[in-house]
Design a protein around this ligand. Structure first.
Ligand code: TYD
Ligand code: MG
Length: 455
């Protein structure tokens, strides 16, 4: 019988190759191919040992079980992103760029959970215990009942967890963990995968919640295989612009709550402090009307957030004009420019376009389209939009404005912050923003005509 050969699978796209390579031909990812042991040959019944399995117990969808117990840390911005507190025996991954403040956030969170009555372990694989203690002193957390360890050996950590049986263990970071049964360097795909698997399995079996810290690569993925994101219950990203003090904790996956929920923090000399009214903060730099600056009434998760969108349009010295975007999707900008050109006959040929969301915020909603178009037009025509006006609405390729969800919440938030007018797509469900003057428009051409006198 021929010797079974192992196959080589790309952890990024799942393509199977005959031999190992540094780069996957199918998706172009680097260092993502791993060797997989062959299944033993033979019919399926033989593969599984020949014996018949035990029938599994089936049940109905209706349940009388209580929802899983949750613990609130008391840091509301964090609890909300977790879906209302930390679920027992859950696995959470917190990703972010190096230096963004993950260790600071998690030390503060661990102390808060410890003060809320959980037995908490904080294992640092990156810093010595003395360094973590110094940080704790700086944050004023030295008296929190946290058990601190500095270790990278996974076997020793699991043995400790087994003996201590904590309610919560924080591992900072998953890339520094080292499993002695895997023959590759810490931080490699197979080490990260093995460490994550061991820790998550432990969490489920022993009822310990685990929070893993993960570094993010330049292209925005958690370093190591994508599979880590699939293994955990919740994936949070901690993001922010380095020059700004604002940090946003964003749920990108949550088995126990809404994804897209955000928590806003501010990095201060004494650690991260919560920002309970982010709209006021993102608009704080806005004092007088300026061409190219508009306010978008957005929704992040379950919460309305107003942000300022700024555009600058200038003649370009280059053959191919620049399109520079910060905080928004570049593809979306190209689409909006194309719609303005094709449907409203407003060309941006030969013009550099710079677009920016103020305050280091990131906007992913299509509802921002109208605000982006307004900022571009306002910058191009050098006409300021009324400072007491907010905008929202999705632009379709035909130039029509489509209503967006949660119109009432957007209007309510705008009114709370002193805005008096809103421009919204025709057909929006108005209500909630009593006292707001809502001007509904069916398409972009109508908007252009209205704001800029027929463009
Ligand atoms: P850190 O939590 O170590 O980042 P990460 O774990 O994501 O790599 O945070 C590092 C930065 O935060 C560092 O540049 C200093 C800054 N910082 C403050 O501004 N104030 C503070 O109280 C602390 C602890 C850190
Ligand atoms: Mg760190």
């Amino acid at each position: 019988m021929a010797k079974p050969v192992s196959s080589f699978t790309c952890t990024a796209c799942g393509a199977v190759h005959k031999k190992w390579a540094g780069r996957c031909d199918a998706c172009g990812a680097w260092n993502s191919i791993i060797e997989e042991a062959p299944l033993s040959a033979g019919p399926p019944s033989k593969t599984l040992g020949g014996a018949r399995g035990r029938p599994i117990e089936l049940s109905t969808l209706s349940s009388t079980e209580a929802p899983p117990p949750r613990t609130r840390s008391g840091i509301d911005e964090l609890d909300r992103v977790l879906g209302g507190g930390l679920v027992a025996a859950s696995a959470v991954l917190v990703g972010g760029d190096p230096g963004i403040g993950k260790s600071t956030l998690l030390l503060q969170a661990t102390a808060a959970f410890a003060n809320a009555g959980l037995k908490c372990l904080y294992i640092s694989g990156e810093e010595a215990a003395a360094q973590v203690r110094m940080r704790a002193a700086r944050l004023g957390l030295q008296n929190a009942p946290v058990h601190l360890g500095a270790e990278t050996n996974l076997r020793d950590i699991l043995t400790t967890l087994d003996a201590e049986r904590p309610d919560l263990a924080v591992i900072d970071s998953i890339q520094t963990m080292w499993a002695d049964n895997v023959e590759s360097a810490p931080g490699s795909v197979s080490q990260v995968r093995a460490a994550c698997h061991e820790l998550v399995t432990f969490a489920k079996k022993r009822g310990t919640s685990i929070i893993l810290v993960g570094h993010v690569t330049k292209d925005g993925q958690i370093a190591g295989p994508r599979i880590v994101e699939h293994m955990v219950d919740t994936v949070l990203y901690f993001e922010g612009e380095r020059g700004h003090q604002f940090r946003i904790l964003r749920a990108v996956k949550n088995r126990f709550g809404a994804a897209d929920e955000i928590g806003v923090f501010e990095m201060t000399g004494a650690g991260l402090s919560q920002v309970t009214n982010p709209s006021a903060l993102f608009l704080s730099e806005r004092d007088r009307p300026a061409p190219g600056s508009v306010v978008f009434a957005g929704i992040e998760g379950t919460r309305p957030v107003l942000t300022e969108i700024q555009a600058l349009v200038a003649p370009s010295p280059l053959g191919t004009p620049r399109r520079t975007v910060v905080g928004l999707d570049g593809g979306r900008l190209s689409t909006i420019l194309a719609v303005l050109e094709a449907r409203c006959a407003i060309p941006f040929t030969g013009l550099d376009v710079f677009l920016n969301v103020a305050g280091g915020m990131r906007v992913n909603e299509p509802a921002a389209d109208l605000a982006v178009a307004a900022a571009l037009l306002s910058a191009r025509e050098d006409v300021a939009i009324a400072p007491d006006c907010v905008l929202f609405g999705e632009i379709s390729l035909s130039g029509a404005l489509r209503p967006v969800n949660q119109t009432e919440n957007r209007l309510k938030e705008a009114q709370k912050l002193g805005f008096t007018t809103a421009i919204a797509p025709a057909g929006s469900k108005i209500g909630g923003g009593e006292g707001m003057r809502v001007r509904q428009m069916a398409d972009l051409t109508a908007f252009v005509g209205d704001m800029f006198g027929a463009g």
